[in-house]
Design a protein. Structure first.
Length: 402
């Protein structure tokens, strides 16, 4: 993972390299960013930068010649690179996630009954996952390793394994780095790591990558330098979708607006970009307010066939239109920033619902998304949501037409 693989975050990339170049590297750093922000790819790229041979060792070409070549006053100083070189042996091993001095810790489940789970049990799967889904979330990871409905954890046995590995001598004589993904899954057993985090062996760096600061042990949080990772801008996500995912400009712009800074979500939406969400939403609202129970049951049956991700994307699309409607109600001049079909639909929503009703529907959609992520029955959920939305806007007349 190189810095160029991370979407946006230019300022942070510069600041992180300066920490290394100026010998101000903290022994424990917490990369805090919401899902899809790129906190994990950024931490992996920085770990690679830390172990890069050209960053950490004198440039051979600048060394004094055997036959009396001139010496530079900077001989012996690390080379100042704004990214890992990508070609030295250390970089190549780091790219394949096999560098012996870069260790990983992440939530896992018991692989074999009676055997305490540790991250190394899943190291092969981890390497494949990072290469395929660098912006993935914990749900993606647990599904990738076949955890089904099991809860992932970072256990006391994992903490003991971390202590053992980091107390060993560096294999290649440089830095040792631990990348811990989601320390939120570390319970009270995480206190085992406090002494190691506070007084680590020489050239040992902890890179913790988290999404929710409030769920991290306060004792660990207080010992880390906090690095806040902002969400990528819509423009950065749009550009990434065009260059990395080969999306067309119009689709990329629409998807970026829906994703709201979450690149993982953007890729999920892109997979369903051919779906006619607007037609589906129009049919739903018409069944709620005009055509009645038979049409509602037929629509719920159709929605139930979308699958979990499709249902989430549909609800996100409706949520996006409602938020667009709210923005246009407050600042009408923003209308030209939206595609014509979305703008017209949002304006119709403004004519049939008040601000209070739009906010109430948004809250219901957020709750529904939450339950879908936890494997709620899609048909039952959408039928309940149909009834709730009816009661929210029952006094309004729906005129959403083709």
């Amino acid at each position: 993972m190189q810095f160029t693989d991370v979407i946006g975050q230019q300022q942070l990339k510069t600041e992180l390299t300066e920490l290394m170049q100026e010998n101000r590297l903290a022994h424990a750093m917490l990369f805090l960013g919401k899902e899809g922000s790129g906190a994990l790819p950024l931490a992996l790229a920085f770990a690679k930068y830390i172990v890069c041979e050209k960053v950490n060792r004198p440039a051979i070409s600048d060394a004094p010649s055997l036959f009396g070549g001139g010496e530079s006053p900077d001989d012996g100083a690390p080379v100042k690179l704004d990214a890992a070189c990508g070609v030295c042996a250390a970089c190549q091993k780091a790219a394949d996630l096999v560098h012996p001095d870069i260790h990983f810790s992440y939530p896992v489940v018991t692989r074999k009954a009676g055997t305490p789970p540790v991250s190394t049990d899943y190291i092969t799967e981890w390497r494949s996952f990072i290469k395929a889904y660098p912006y993935g979330n914990v749900y993606d990871w647990l599904q990738f390793i076949g955890a089904e409905n099991k809860q992932g954890n970072i256990t006391a046995h994992e903490c003991n394994d971390i202590i053992r590995k980091l107390n060993l001598k560096s294999f290649e004589g440089g830095y040792k780095v631990l990348v811990m993904w989601l320390p939120e899954y570390l319970g009270a057993e995480g206190n085992k790591l406090l002494k190691l985090i506070e007084e680590p062996p020489a050239k040992t760096v902890f890179l913790l990558v988290a999404e929710n600061e409030s769920q991290i042990l306060q004792t660990i949080l207080s010992r880390c330098q906090l690095i806040k990772i902002p969400q990528p801008s819509d423009e950065e996500i749009r550009n990434a979708l065009v260059t990395r995912n080969k999306a067309d400009e119009e689709t990329a712009m629409r998807v970026a607006a829906l994703a709201e800074g979450n690149y993982r979500e953007a890729m999920q939406i892109l997979q369903h970009s051919d779906e006619d969400w607007q037609r589906l939403l129009r049919d739903w609202l018409n069944s709620i307010m005009k055509t009645g129970p038979v049409a509602q049951s037929k629509w719920v049956e159709e929605a139930g066939q979308l699958g979990r991700e499709g249902q989430k994307q549909f609800l996100r699309y409706f949520n996006h239109l409602l938020r667009t409607a709210l923005r246009l109600r407050v600042i009408p001049d923003l209308a030209e920033q939206y595609p014509e079909s979305e703008r017209d639909f949002a304006l119709r929503l403004n004519r049939i619902t008040s601000i209070e009703k739009q906010q109430a529907i948004i809250e219901e959609l957020d709750k529904a998304t939450y339950y879908i992520e936890r494997n709620a029955n899609g048909k039952m959920l959408f039928m309940a949501l149909t009834i709730k939305i009816y009661h929210i806007i029952q006094h309004n007349v729906v005129f959403l037409i083709d």
